[in-house]
Design a protein around this ligand. Structure first.
Ligand SMILES: [Mg+2]
Length: 207
């Protein structure tokens, strides 16, 4: 990002800030006896033949039946918290998740418990995230990133087993948050000396 220009970075949650698939696999095992590893879920709309359901339906059941168990204790993606601090030092960070609004309190609690800072939690995220005024979208779903790129935003796509390439000059595919920071032109906190304002960033409340 250009130095001096404050930009708004929209950041997804599942598969971007936290790992939700291990819990999905645990649920599939205990509820249906389906044994599958997270990395084997190789398509966005992966279908579990044994139970005749797509992953989206399974997640919907989990969100309805056991939302607190599903969302309260997920592992953060490595580097995500420090990355939001680094991005937020000079830019706005808006959390944009397609989780149902009735689970947003659980998501906000998880973000707080794991030390995440951000400027705004968007309550009603439209199907097309590019309808939210932003400059960048960081997400693990190619459909969302494609919409963002089509709308002229920079799209940073996390490479997961289920992500498909998004063509275009404004689309960047990354594997780690360090890669994402590089794509955004934000200095990594883990590489080289910490920025002068690091302490101030960590101490201020941006919720
Ligand atoms: Mg996601």
């Amino acid at each position: 990002m250009q130095s001096g220009a404050v930009e708004r970075v929209l950041v997804d949650v599942d598969g971007t800030l936290c790992w939700n698939l291990p819990r999905v696999c645990e649920y599939l095992d205990t509820e249906y006896g389906v044994n599958i590893e997270p990395d084997a879920i190789s398509e966005w709309s992966y279908r579990f033949e044994g139970i005749d359901a797509e992953i989206g339906e399974v997640i919907e059941r989990m969100l309805t039946q056991r939302p607190a168990w599903f969302l309260s204790d997920l592992d953060p993606v490595p580097g995500a918290r420090a990355a939001l601090d680094a991005i937020g030092a000079d830019n706005e960070v808006w959390i944009t998740t397609h989780r149902p609004p009735e689970t947003h309190d659980l998501t906000r609690a998880w973000l707080a418990d794991n030390g995440f800072s951000y400027d705004r939690f968007v309550e009603d995220v439209p199907g097309n995230k590019a309808r939210i005024p932003g400059d960048v979208l960081v997400d693990d779903y190619h459909g969302n990133v494609r919409n963002a790129v089509d709308a002229g935003m920079l799209g940073v796509l996390f490479d997961r087993p289920y992500t498909e390439p998004v063509p275009g000059d404004r689309s960047v595919r990354v594997s780690t948050w360090a890669d994402a920071l590089e794509a955004l032109g934000v200095g990594s906190l883990s590489a080289g000396p910490a920025p002068a304002n690091r302490g101030e960033t960590q101490n201020r409340s941006r919720r």
